[in-house]
Design a binder for this molecule. Structure first.
Ligand SMILES: Cc1cc2nc3c(=O)[nH]c(=O)nc-3n(C[C@H](O)[C@H](O)[C@H](O)COP(=O)(O)OP(=O)(O)OC[C@H]3O[C@@H](n4cnc5c(N)ncnc54)[C@H](O)[C@@H]3O)c2cc1C
Length: 429
């Protein structure tokens, strides 16, 4: 009778030759599992399409979860009416997270929605699992097989080798237009840095002593040099009742080079540590015992985005121009982080709404590719007002419908009236 511990056989293998890629086929391949890509994947699946959702991170949720953004903006219009502007994935999300006390609605000039990123992360994972979306994580776009604006397949490099996905339609929700770029389609980059931020979640706070936003900003302005802070403003998003807050108080580069991005990440964390020192010393009652619970993954705002047939302009944002092929809307201000010390902030009237058209989501010359989220086409200011998570989710929803309507054909030929009927809850009323 052999000892049970000796029964496990070990095989010796060497890497097989040839093309070792794992192959997947789907109706829709979504690249990027942030709020835009999730929204696209969920909606495509609800439309009965098979979906593969790929992300370079080993977890779902993109920046929404992993960069500790902490607050959904742009989902509601301005007060006093506070119109709900985007539905889709937010409807079940808000309902479920409200039931467990994991979101909080703040009324300011608009309604922003604070959330617990851990609860949200599990909510997303459960939803994706329930819907039967095929997820491939830790996998980055390596190469794209495209011909005349048609992507046939995309190959991803993962720690486990290559994965190739063939699909009828593709959504570029990578935030950095990675799919469009690798497909050899034109992209845009800003001439000077649009700053990212290293977010942190602090715990052990005394919420009852929290400084007013203006007081916090004023003190940063006064003491920034002393503490080595690069920004002259600062935002604290407290989660009511939990004595925690997400701090948005750094400005860090968000390079498109792997080496520089890694360096910037360390710089961002060092900046965040200086922020904590500042808060502990300057606001001891609220932050004296503050501990960093989590450092988010580097927060990236506007890095590289697609060149589309139509670039959304700041004038269209200001005037609230209504496109016949609108897929998303928001009332969020222009929030352009193009200077290290702060950002441009331009707010709008009570009833203002601006729109994003499908034609700003389709890369020039593409037929089966639609972008969604922060890498759609706008001038720097216009993009800064539509890259918040409300409109990003609406764009994902719209991208799924555009590809569904196009079927085997071109997204350029989608009938705007049919599209509008599909996305009306995010653009009408
Ligand atoms: C510091 C900071 C604070 C912000 N504050 C707010 C706020 O309070 N409220 C708000 O609503 N918005 C805020 N925003 C904006 C908002 O968070 C983002 O614009 C939004 O989350 C973008 O969503 P997305 O799905 O387009 O992209 P992302 O969330 O960036 O997701 C893109 C995904 O694509 C993946 N990916 C990238 N390249 C590849 C590749 N080559 N291969 C495979 N996968 C790839 C990434 O890993 C990532 O998961 C903030 C942004 C920053 C940076």
């Amino acid at each position: 009778m052999p000892h049970p511990l000796t029964e496990l056989k070990i095989n010796t293998l060497t890497k097989p030759g040839g093309d070792p890629a794992e192959e997947l086929t789907a109706d829709v391949c979504v690249v990027g599992a942030g709020i835009a890509g999730l929204s696209a994947a969920v909606e495509a699946r609800r439309l009965g399409r098979s979906v593969v959702l790929v992300d370079a991170l080993p977890v779902l949720g993109g920046q929404c979860v992993n960069s500790l953004i902490g607050l959904f903006c742009g989902v509601y219009g301005n007060g006093p009416a506070y119109r709900r502007l985007t539905h889709g994935i937010f409807d079940p999300m808000f309902e479920d997270l409200a039931r467990t006390g994991d979101i909080h609605f703040n009324r300011t000039h608009t309604i922003t929605v604070a959330y617990d990123e851990v609860a949200l992360s599990r909510w997303i994972e459960n939803l994706v699992h329930e819907l039967g979306i095929q997820v491939v994580l830790g996998s980055s776009v390596l190469s794209v097989d495209a011909d005349q604006g048609h992507i046939r397949s995309t190959t991803f490099a993962s720690r486990h080798g290559l994965v190739r996905v063939r699909a009828t339609g593709f959504v570029d929700a990578s935030g950095d237009a990675s799919l469009t770029w690798e497909a050899g389609m034109p992209c845009r980059v800003p001439e000077r840095t649009v700053w990212g931020s290293q977010q942190i979640r602090l715990e052990n706070l005394r919420e009852e002593f929290r400084p007013e936003p203006a007081e916090l900003a004023a003190r940063v302005g006064e003491k920034a040099e002393e503490y080595g802070l690069v920004r002259r403003d600062g935002l604290a998003f407290f989660f009511p009742g939990r004595n925690t807050a997400v701090m948005n108080m750094t400005h860090v580069e968000a390079p498109l080079s792997a080496v520089r991005a890694a360096r910037a990440q360390l710089e961002g964390r060092a900046q965040a540590d200086r922020v904590v020192e500042f808060l502990r010393k300057e606001f001891p009652r609220a932050f004296g015992e503050a501990k960093v619970r989590l450092y988010g993954f580097p927060g990236r705002r506007q890095t590289r985005w697609i060149a589309a047939e139509h670039q959304l302009t700041v004038d269209e944002v200001r005037s609230g121009f209504r496109f016949e092929d609108a897929v998303a809307r928001t009332a969020w201000p222009i929030e352009l982080h193009d200077r290290i010390e702060g950002y441009v902030w331009e707010t709008y009237d009570a009833d203002h709404v601006h729109y994003v058209p499908l034609r700003s989501l389709i890369p020039i010359g593409a037929h089966n590719v639609v972008a969604a989220g922060r890498c759609v086409d706008g001038d720097a200011a216009a993009l800064s007002s539509v890259r918040v998570m409300g409109p990003c989710a609406a764009m994902g929803f719209g991208a799924a419908h555009a590809l569904d309507l196009a079927g085997e054909g071109s997204v350029r030929e989608v009938d705007p009236a049919e599209l509008r009927a599909r996305v009306h809850e995010n653009v009408d009323s």
